[in-house]
Design a binder for this molecule. Structure first.
Ligand code: PFF
Length: 427
């Protein structure tokens, strides 16, 4: 679960969301959303998966058959990963392009003035982002088709800690850049005047996205969780690890953003402008080290993106092959065509990319999370939830914690989601 949670959402999305929505004050909203809404939903999704032992498409409808709304929730849990996959692989394509550039020592050789413009050059190109996206999606689909996931899993278990260490190295360097102090202050000193009512929706959407919530992924993973596992503890552990990754990525990137004079609200390209700047600057004094760190960093980012994309492709593939009895090969090809088509449109038109990202994170993830909270809070009986969380009382769960979590699932999470959902439209 931590593997699914930690990905581009932390490295790519979190820093630019923070940059667009006012720095430290946004981070406070993000933390509040995570504690009071996302964590309870996380527990609810694991309970759903572990109780039904089914993938997200069928978990709710199998526990309470006959009601249309739970079937609808199941279909949403297939649709959302497909949409996310379409534009996630566009970012995967950008990362792959930067990885290839890093192999030839490009960032070290390019001056700091030029290096921040590389992302603009890439997205200005008519065909390159689309081709890189199709290539990246193709690799993910091939892995799913061939079922060589275990190899990738082993690789990602190695590359995740490597990525973490590289981010720490980059923080150490980034904070020494001239002008870096403003970036650190931006991340750590709240200025609430930057917040708007919509910031709440963005903070919650980011928190859901980062923890892979509201897309059916954690429900499906929950189906594999042993009944002896203390899910309250492991959910909290996942959230803490996920937050640590995000905040460290922010600490590596934001000082460089300010040092390079990049606009913090530059949008989805933020890391692709600021990170090459770090390597270019580092390359002035330490060219070999900078070249090596850059290459390993982008390899690790591509692997993180690939593992996420694989799980997204897998959702659509297994649904098509289970529901329509298709061969996996045919199912993967259909997923490739759908996501390839939507993603190509997103790669060619930035506004479409933004619209898809907004629609998923601020609308769809909220809808499914709301349904999950209502299902676990109101449709399942309290004893059923308690039995699942404590494995019929065998897992020692602090007697005071369960009622709090249950209250958050039943009341706080759905009400907060509903209020924030409507502010999206009204304000
Ligand atoms: N939570 C992931 C991230 O923060 O990058 C995004 C993600 C991963 C979404 C895996 C969906 C998924 F299946």
């Amino acid at each position: 679960m931590a593997g699914s949670a930690i990905g581009l959402g932390n490295i790519w999305r979190f820093p630019y969301m923070v940059g667009e929505h006012g720095g430290a004050s946004f981070i406070i909203l993000y933390i509040l959303s995570t504690i009071f809404v996302s964590l309870p939903i996380f527990v609810a999704e694991v309970v759903l998966g572990r109780k039904s032992r089914m993938s997200a498409a069928y978990s709710m409808s199998s526990l309470r058959p006959g009601k249309r709304v739970w079937k609808f929730a199941g279909y949403l849990a297939v649709l959302i990963p497909l949409i996310i996959c379409s534009y996630y692989s566009v970012i995967g394509g950008w990362s792959m392009d930067f990885m290839l550039k890093s192999f030839s020592g490009f960032f070290v050789r390019t001056s700091t003035d030029e290096v921040t413009g590389l992302f603009g050059n890439l997205t200005d190109s008519v065909w390159k982002p689309a081709v890189m996206h199709l290539l990246f999606l193709g690799v993910s689909c091939l892995v799913v088709m061939r079922g060589v996931k275990t190899g990738i899993e082993k690789f990602s278990k190695l590359s995740m800690p490597v990525l973490f260490i590289l981010i720490i190295v980059m923080i150490c360097y980034s904070v020494t850049l001239p002008g870096a102090k403003a970036g650190i202050e931006y991340l750590l000193k709240p200025d609430f005047s930057h917040l708007t009512p919509r910031s709440f929706a963005y903070a919650m959407g980011q928190s859901f996205y980062s923890l892979s919530l509201g897309m059916g992924i954690i429900i499906t993973y929950g189906a594999y969780v042993s009944k002896h596992e203390n899910i309250l503890a492991s959910s909290a552990g996942t959230a803490v690890a996920d937050f640590a990754f995000a905040i460290f990525a922010g600490l590596a990137i934001m000082p460089a953003v300010f040092a390079a004079g990049i606009e913090p609200g530059a949008g989805p390209g933020l890391i692709f402008q600021s990170i090459p700047f770090i390597f270019s600057k580092m390359g002035e004094n330490l060219p070999v080290i900078s070249g090596i760190v850059a290459a390993f960093f982008f390899i690790a980012v591509v692997v993180a993106a690939l593992t996420s994309c694989i799980s997204l492709v897998e959702v659509g593939t297994s649904f098509l092959s289970e529901k329509y009895g298709m061969s996996r090969k045919k199912a993967v090809l259909i997923v490739y065509c759908i996501c390839g088509f939507i993603g190509t449109l997103c790669a060619l038109e930035g506004r479409l990319f933004d619209a898809f990202d907004w629609f998923c994170s601020n609308i769809l993830l909220l809808v499914l999370s709301f349904l999950v909270a209502v299902f676990v809070g109101f449709i399942l009986k309290k004893e059923e939830v308690w039995d699942n969380v404590t494995n019929q009382g065998q897992i020692a769960v602090n007697g005071k914690i369960f009622p709090v979590v249950y209250f958050l699932i039943r009341w706080v999470a759905p009400i907060a989601i509903a209020v924030i959902f409507f502010t999206n439209f009204i304000l």
